[in-house]
Design a protein around this ligand. Structure first.
Ligand code: PRP
Ligand code: URA
Length: 237
């Protein structure tokens, strides 16, 4: 994604320094992008952003927001008829047509995936480790536990922060190579820059986010954001 440039002094500049970014209002109505308007999510997100929120509380909030986003992101899943005996009589109910996968983008996606599991306990968890190089902002893959056999109707790539979009784009590339019929990305906070990149690179996926923030700072951190989502979940400051 963003490339490290060099100033005339020879010193490397910060990776997002001088990079043009779209405004928030320019990306508000992208096709297949869903920005939550759930008031409970908005309330929890404010607590999540608060720099005084403790590590255990932060992790708990990420899980709770994950469950709310899972509820929204699964609203259009496909159902199939399913015969069931109630204590009273037989009926034809419905059940989900095909398995569901969750890919937490390590490590910050772990808390979000736990929230998803509260809504879909029998989902398969496909771990994918991507680490953003803080100088170049390129995502580097370091772990991949995706199964070879795919029997899913949908897989959700989950990661709290969509900043430059590099990690999300790479994760979807990896999942697409597995031939999953339907893919979605779910995040808590997006920057306009990363949201536009992801939507343009992968126009065939649905994108669910909790909030759209203002922009990225010169180091590629989301403003106002919440800081480093991985460090705040796992206490690694
Ligand atoms: C963070 C975040 C995303 C990525 C977003 O992870 O959780 O994966 O950065 O940035 P991008 O949109 O510019 O790619 P990080 O690489 O810091 O790893 P971590 O989850 O281990 O903290
Ligand atoms: N990753 C984070 O954890 N936070 C940001 O603001 C950007 C990337």
């Amino acid at each position: 994604m963003a490339e490290t440039s060099t100033q005339s002094s020879g010193r490397p500049s910060l990776p997002m320094q001088g990079v043009p970014q779209p405004r928030r209002d320019e990306v508000l109505n992208l096709p297949r992008v869903h920005i939550s308007s759930h008031p409970v999510l908005a309330d929890k997100l404010t607590a999540l952003r608060d720099k005084h929120t403790s590590v255990p509380e932060f992790y708990r909030l990420v899980q709770e927001i994950g469950a709310l986003l899972a509820y929204e992101a699964t609203a259009s899943l496909v159902l199939e008829p399913y015969a069931v005996e109630t204590p009273m009589e037989s009926m034809v109910g419905q059940r989900l047509a095909g398995g569901i996968g969750i890919t937490p983008i390590l490590r910050a996606g772990l808390g979000l995936a736990e929230g998803f599991r509260q809504v879909i306990p029998d989902a398969q968890i496909w771990h994918l480790g991507l680490r953003r190089d803080e100088e170049t902002l390129q995502a580097l893959e370091y772990y991949n536990r995706l199964p070879h056999t795919v029997d899913l109707q949908v897989c959700y790539a989950v990661d709290p922060m969509l900043a430059t979009g590099g990690s999300a784009i790479d994760a979807i590339n990896v999942l697409k190579r597995r031939g999953i019929p339907r893919l979605s990305y779910v995040g808590i906070i997006a920057a306009p820059y990363g949201l536009l990149k992801l939507a343009q690179t992968h126009p065939d996926i649905d994108i669910y986010i909790g909030a759209l923030d203002d922009n990225l700072n010169d180091r590629g951190y989301i403003l106002p954001g919440l800081g480093d989502a991985g460090d705040r979940q796992f206490g690694t400051f």
